[in-house]
Design a protein around this ligand. Structure first.
Ligand SMILES: Cc1cc2nc3c(=O)[nH]c(=O)nc-3n(C[C@H](O)[C@H](O)[C@H](O)COP(=O)(O)OP(=O)(O)OC[C@H]3O[C@@H](n4cnc5c(N)ncnc54)[C@H](O)[C@@H]3O)c2cc1C
Length: 181
């Protein structure tokens, strides 16, 4: 492919330059246009159940089988999941919006952590897996990477489940819950 030496050129990025100032609200608006599913990550630390709503969940590698979640450093869930070293991800269905809201409520009481959500214990991790989940993955922490105000927690997959194979996934798009249709 030939290029016109006299034509317009793309600005050359400066890898060592200061990051441009970008409005965080605008950032959220733009990246919020990437539609995601919604999941609750669960773990058991010192015999206590913990759960947190996430949409930063993705598959990473096929060999070995790896997934990742991003966890806000200041969340109670952060230290719980790192201490436990094993965790489960339950992918929510359309009719589990209330679970998503509850496990995203900051500072909620921890005396009834699973709040009656029907679940069973994953054989590989002991973490709660929601009965209504469209899919679930049990993991052991493989690596933890710096992700700014979040930690990127990479998990080695220990077990896979489809508790409700006919369920329709809950979608999060532009800051709102939606169905797949
Ligand atoms: C659709 C969706 C997707 C999400 N995806 C992610 C994700 O991928 N990763 C992620 O890390 N988070 C995500 N969140 C946010 C996360 O679910 C919540 O912040 C969650 O409550 C944090 O976990 P926690 O309950 O352990 O936090 P907590 O420790 O209860 O609270 C988290 C933070 O809020 C502060 N806080 C506690 N109580 C109060 C209060 N009463 N008033 C004000 N601030 C308070 C704490 O100091 C702490 O900094 C998502 C939320 C939604 C709705």
């Amino acid at each position: 492919m030939s290029t016109d030496p006299g034509g317009p050129r793309a600005p050359r990025p400066d890898p060592d330059g200061a990051a441009p100032r970008i409005d965080p609200l605008r950032f959220r608006q733009v990246v919020g246009r990437f539609a995601t599913g919604v999941a609750v990550v669960t773990t058991v630390a010192d015999g206590v159940d913990h759960g947190m709503t996430v949409n930063a969940f993705t598959s990473v590698s096929l060999d070995p089988l790896l997934v990742l979640i991003c966890v806000q450093r200041t969340a109670r869930f952060h230290d719980a999941v790192l201490d436990a070293g094993v965790w489960a991800v339950s992918v929510l269905t359309e009719d589990m919006q209330e679970a998503s809201r509850w496990f995203a409520t900051r500072g909620r009481p921890l005396d009834d952590p699973l709040r009656g959500w029907e679940h069973r214990r994953g054989a590989a991790t002991g973490a709660a897996i929601f009965a209504g989940a469209v899919a679930a993955v049990e993991c052991r922490t493989h690596a933890v990477h710096d992700g700014g105000d979040h930690s990127i927690v990479v998990g080695e997959v220990l077990a896979l489940h489809m508790p409700d194979p006919s369920g329709k996934p809950l979608i999060f798009y532009e800051g709102e819950y939606r169905g797949i249709a």
